[in-house]
Design a protein around this ligand. Structure first.
Ligand code: CUA
Length: 336
């Protein structure tokens, strides 16, 4: 019973629909949830039967006052031993067949399917890069996908071991060093924002290595792809444009400008968070920190304070320059 109570407590923490394996939002997550339900049901039934038998035996054969006799000593019982070996074997088969079936079913290869959206996921310490190879678009931290469409993922890492996990949609797939590419697919039944996590200890900011999956309708998705490819204007202020070119665009890309080494910043003003961590209040669903602009300032001023171990350096800029750059970046919004 304490075990059951503990499980209920633990699982109740998984209440957020956007971060819960217990409220699947697509067919892959649903199939995985089905396996969990089957396994948990069997476990609970076994636990209950064992508890009832144990309780009965404890009471029925308790030591009674005045009784000093030693119970009959039994050694071995073939019938019982066969029963308690065969029952677990049958239970394991009941769990094993659908599990193996799902493992192979969910390994289906959609990488050549013209109706699937192909995504190359690259995990970095501590952010996620999303490339749409067939659409010529790269982004970071927020994976935008169309609803009701197979999303075919090829995942790899740029550094250490990470794991790509979207609890309410599918999960999880490790990204292994050494040039390994792992494949998975998933589908979201409806629009919404779902949280993603890095599910493998990868360094001091592992727990902050979050991302989001934004599911939109197909027309919005097409508009987003087009908007991502629009040319981007640099700040009008010459000094700020120079600072941006020298300090930011040597690592980051914004639209057609800059270099894609670290998170692509195209449309960063439309994202839900900065650095995957500071939640933007302009995005009502998760309002609790600051505006995009405020969060960008916090981030640029001291990235290590937000995300320990991040490779984003503290850039040598005046407060005025940081303010201007944060304002410019916050203004990079995408209409879709
Ligand atoms: Cu990346 Cu944990």
């Amino acid at each position: 019973l304490p075990l059951l109570a503990g499980m209920v407590l633990l699982l109740s923490a998984c209440g957020r629909a956007d971060l819960s394996t217990l409220r699947p939002q697509g067919p892959v997550a649903e199939e995985q949830f089905g396996l969990m339900k089957l396994t948990i049901t069997i476990m609970v039934v076994v636990v209950l039967i064992v508890f009832v038998i144990a309780g009965y035996v404890i009471i029925r054969y308790r030591r009674r006052p005045g009784d000093k006799s030693i119970p009959v000593q039994v050694e071995g019982n073939h019938k019982l031993e066969i029963i308690w070996t065969v029952i677990p074997i049958i239970l394991l088969i009941i769990v094993g067949i659908p599990t193996v079936n799902s493992v192979f079913g969910l390994a289906k290869d959609y990488t050549k399917d013209p109706n699937a959206v192909q995504i190359n996921v690259t995990a970095h310490q501590y952010w996620w890069e999303f490339e749409y190879p067939n659409l010529g678009v790269k982004t970071a931290q927020e994976l935008l996908i169309p609803e009701g469409t197979i999303i075919s993922v090829e995942a790899k890492t740029a550094d250490v071991l990470h794991s790509f996990w979207i609890p309410s949609l599918a999960g999880k797939v490790d990204t292994n060093p050494g040039g390994n590419v792992n494949r998975m697919y998933f589908k979201a039944d409806h629009t919404g924002v779902f949280l993603g996590k890095c599910a493998e200890l990868c360094g001091p900011s592992h727990s902050l290595m979050d991302f989001k999956v934004k599911v939109v309708d197909k027309a919005s998705f097409d508009r987003w792809v087009a908007a991502m490819k629009n040319p981007v204007a640099l700040p009008e202020d010459q000094e700020i444009a120079t600072v941006l070119n020298k300090q930011c665009l040597t690592c980051h890309a914004i639209g057609d400008k800059g270099v894609q080494l670290y998170p692509n910043l195209t449309g960063i003003g439309s994202r839900e968070s900065v650095g995957g961590k500071l939640i933007n209040t302009d995005q009502p669903e998760y309002a609790n920190e600051g505006s995009v602009e405020e969060n960008l300032k916090t981030w640029i001023k001291d990235p290590q304070a937000v995300k320990p171990g991040t490779l984003m350096p503290k850039v040598d800029l005046t407060d005025q320059q940081i303010d201007a750059i944060a304002k410019y970046l916050a203004g990079l919004k995408l209409d879709y």
